[in-house]
Design a protein around this ligand. Structure first.
Ligand code: SF4
Ligand code: SF4
Length: 357
């Protein structure tokens, strides 16, 4: 038998009005963000593949003593030298002179940092070829297995800190190095052909390297953006800079119908439907959440307090910043390296002999 008290509570509950289900006001303007982003991803992946092929032929020319197809060195490969670029940034800030060994690397780093300061971590989801391959791998995993794995919080949080630990180690190494030490490193045989050393690392991977790569690929198929989420120090740097960005995903609770589609779509596993603003360093500005949101005015990327930042404007901004930095470097004559051809003839055939100074 119910007590009189329980009866009163039950009656009160029955009498209280049911929470009103919010009415969906459908979006009228179609979303093209994923199309824009896809164009950028394909363009940057293709550009990097072309750069890689051209650089391989360049290296072969010097390895063969000038007996193969002569190909010029693509300066864009220096985008793959983040530590040398960080060193050059310190050198530049200390001496106010633009370094001449890998100047393209410095300008690319500055371009990507500027992008993160303005448009959040869009470098990772729009431009980075590793991010594009990572995305392709987890999409493949989802197609094959029906879903991707999400690690439990107790494992996910400490693993996410790994990329910040790696970044701290690199920053400590670079910041604690005196200017003369950085100059000595960049002018050493290893520093001069750091790009060739990186290429040769992948060319002559060895068993350990191949196993590590295979494990990373397998984990990337199972877990969304495994490398980017847990291990990439470059992404960690871009994420920290994105904290100062005026761009962010903003949800309007009045227009939101609490369907949760945004949270389910977010590759960074951010609970978008529980937040008013997404300020996480994990947000890559991919617009996936905006693309799936069915409610008019519920979810947008905003620039500053109120201005809506459509994906088209991010695309224009990314292109302008990237081409602006590259074009400036070319115009002022600081895009190509100053390393002479005879130094490459001397060093490249013996690249395996030069260890880290
Ligand atoms: S919050 Fe939105 S924009 Fe940010 S990573 Fe998640 S889906 Fe992409
Ligand atoms: S997708 Fe997210 S923001 Fe949009 S209506 Fe659903 S819960 Fe709200």
């Amino acid at each position: 038998m119910q007590s009189p008290h329980a009866f009163t509570v039950l009656k009160a509950l029955r009498a209280s009005p049911k929470p009103q289900k919010k009415k969906l006001v459908r979006r009228t303007v179609p979303d093209f963000s994923q199309r824009w982003r896809g164009y950028f991803q394909i363009a940057f992946l293709a550009m990097n593949l072309v750069l890689g092929a051209q650089f391989y032929l360049f290296v072969r020319y010097y390895e063969s003593g000038g007996n193969s197809l002569p190909v010029s060195r693509p300066p864009g490969v220096e985008g793959w030298l983040p530590i040398a670029s960080l060193m050059q940034l310190k050198l530049f800030l200390s001496t106010l002179e633009i370094p001449t060994i890998h100047p393209a690397g410095l300008f690319l780093l500055l371009a990507f940092m500027a992008i993160s300061l303005i448009f959040r971590k869009t470098f990772c989801s729009w431009l980075c070829p590793v991010g594009t391959v990572s995305e392709g791998l987890w999409l493949l995993g989802r197609r094959v297995f029906g879903k991707n794995l999400a690690l439990p919080r107790w494992l996910d949080i400490p693993l996410r800190s790994l990329k910040y630990i790696l970044l701290s180690l690199f920053l400590y190494a670079v910041l604690s190095m005196p200017v003369a030490g950085i100059e000595g490193f960049l002018e050493s045989p290893y520093g001069l052909i750091a790009d060739v050393k990186l290429l040769n690392f992948f060319r002559f991977l060895g068993v350990t390297g191949a196993v590590v790569m295979a494990v990373l690929v397998a984990l990337s198929v199972l877990i969304k953006n495994f490398w980017c989420r847990y291990l990439c120090p470059y992404g960690a740097l871009m994420g920290l800079l994105s904290k100062f960005s005026p761009s962010r995903i903003v949800r309007s609770p009045d227009a939101c119908i609490d369907c949760g589609k945004c949270t389910r779509a977010c590759p960074s596993l951010i609970k978008v439907d529980k937040l008013i603003q997404v300020t996480s360093t994990e947000c890559t500005g991919c617009y996936e959440c905006v693309a799936v949101c069915p409610a008019e005015g519920a979810l947008d990327m905003r620039f500053g307090k109120s201005r809506i930042l459509g994906a088209k404007w991010v695309a224009i901004g990314l292109a302008a910043i990237f081409l602006g930095f590259v074009g400036t470097a070319m115009m002022i004559g600081h895009w190509e390296t100053s390393i002479a051809s005879d130094i490459y003839f001397e060093l490249i055939p013996h690249a395996a002999e030069f260890g880290h100074p």
